[in-house]
Design a protein around this ligand. Structure first.
Ligand SMILES: [Fe+2]
Ligand SMILES: [Fe+2]
Length: 466
């Protein structure tokens, strides 16, 4: 572990002078991007952050006050295991690839660039949120997520520089040039061009969109291209905290709303009504489902066959690793009707991964509904049908209601404001967003967390604003 190198790393960077020089050239451009597009207004504040100092599952993180531009971004891969094999597909059981297989060079580069692009995009989407934080605890969590997304960008840039030569370097530069929501140079995926300008958006984003990241990274962590697998394995340990922030954040909003529902009118009392929370769930869940790609995909079949992108927990969950003779049945739209279609399993792997994701999201919903039940309320939150409000894949171009029934476009347009956040919902939520920065205090629309971070109390000075 070379923690105090200019670029902290555990890949013996100092032994590869060419790569080290290339990354040291990229470093100042990254810092310029961070200063321009990172959290606005807090760059000189001390934030109580965790920094990766090891990659073992125990004790890999060190907590201390850091100014964000001084955060030790670095390159950390899970240590190599001896004799790693390709774990699935046509090359199952052969030695893992240490270099990019030539015929998959372009598609693998695209996977890495697309993953890499999401990391700085989310930092850009969230850069104004600090100014309206509901508490110092939440402010610190936002910044923790932001610096780690910055580190994930480093992880992908290491792969591009280290394994893709000249075009990898060009792609690494382009990752700092695109901007979330910019019509001329947008980020690659649409969920990452949506505004995330209030804290309800932030919690829904970290719950649903970061969770897509978990499933993409899990599938890549199975990869037979070993450097990619080891990179993703370590990113997943950091990603868990982002989903914790979203899951518990929404849970705390639900808890507060439930309290206010028993006291009177939630709006009059300055809370967020359940129907608005539901609309935010509908919005971010549906956009996040798009990130898995088309239901029927020849790319997914090719990547699996090549041993590059596996299934969720390929080694743990499956005993048969070729998926060559299986069939998957899914609903598709034909002659304006939903009909079942049988698809070779390998072509349905995006949909299989999406199914794992939906199951995971349902657990979050169950936790929030438990809060409602314990408050003695009969209302419940739910996930919309996965066909609802889709922009990618089989269901894009058709319109569905929340239950997944095909409806006309006119009907969808007529009812859209019941299902998705309308301008007035967004304005109402924004009107509640006033910063609360006194130690131990919390905004009126959200409940405090059950515990602080790393054994510290809720009223700890997580960010020094003075
Ligand atoms: Fe990330
Ligand atoms: Fe994340």
């Amino acid at each position: 572990m070379n923690l105090y190198d200019r670029i902290p790393n555990n890949v013996n960077l100092s032994e590869d002078k060419k790569l080290q020089r290339a990354l040291e050239k990229w470093l100042p451009n990254y810092l310029d991007w961070w200063r321009e597009m990172g959290p606005e207004g807090f760059q000189d504040k001390d934030v109580w952050l965790r920094t990766a100092v090891d990659v073992g599952s125990e004790g890999w993180a060190h907590f201390d006050y850091v100014k964000m531009p001084d955060y030790r971004w670095g390159i950390f891969l899970e240590p190599p295991k001896p004799d790693t094999k390709v774990g699935f597909g046509d090359n199952y059981g052969r030695p893992a690839y240490q270099e990019v297989p030539g015929e998959f060079r372009n598609s693998l580069r695209r996977i890495i660039v697309t993953q890499g692009d999401t990391e700085p995009a989310s930092v850009e989407q969230q850069r104004q949120l600090g100014k309206t934080c509901p508490s110092l605890y939440d402010l610190r969590n936002l910044f923790q997520v932001n610096v780690e997304e910055g580190r994930h960008l480093w992880a992908m840039v290491y792969l591009l520089h280290g394994y893709f030569g000249r075009d990898g370097r060009d792609e690494a530069d382009a990752l700092l040039e695109r901007r979330s929501g910019n019509p001329d140079k947008p980020r690659i995926l649409e969920a990452f061009n949506q505004p995330c300008d209030d804290w309800l958006n932030f919690f829904a984003f970290t719950m649903f969109t970061d969770r897509d990241g978990k499933y993409q990274l899990s599938a890549l962590a199975e990869s037979g291209f070993e450097p990619l697998a080891r990179t993703c394995q370590f990113m997943l340990t950091e990603e868990a905290h982002h989903m914790f922030v979203g899951d518990t954040g929404l849970g705390r909003v639900v808890r507060r709303t439930a309290q206010l529902m028993k006291e009177g009118d939630v709006r009059e009392l300055g809370g967020i009504p359940l129907e608005i929370i539901q609309k935010y769930i509908n919005f971010w869940f549906s956009y996040s489902l798009d990130l898995f790609g088309g239901e029927i995909s020849s790319n997914s079949a090719d990547f699996f066959a090549a041993g590059l992108k596996g299934r969720f927990q390929e080694q743990k969950q499956y005993t048969e690793h070729t998926a060559a003779n299986e069939i998957f049945t899914m609903q598709v739209v034909e002659d304006n009707q939903l009909k079942p279609r049988e698809v070779p399993m390998r072509n349905a792997l995006n949909e299989v991964l999406r199914g794992e994701y939906v199951k995971d999201c349902e657990k979050g919903l169950a936790r929030w509904n438990k809060i409602l039940a314990e408050a003695g309320l009969s209302e419940r939150l739910y996930l919309p049908n996965p066909r609802f409000h889709r922009h990618v894949g089989e269901y894009a171009g058709h319109t569905f209601d929340l239950h997944g029934n095909l409806i006309t476009r006119e009907e969808f347009e007529k009812r859209k404001s019941e299902w998705l956040p309308a301008m007035e919902d967004r304005e109402y939520v924004r009107s509640l967003m006033h910063p609360v920065t006194e130690m131990g205090k919390i905004a009126n629309w959200i409940a405090p967390p059950a515990a602080g971070i790393k054994g510290k109390p809720f009223d700890f000075e997580y960010v020094r604003l003075g």
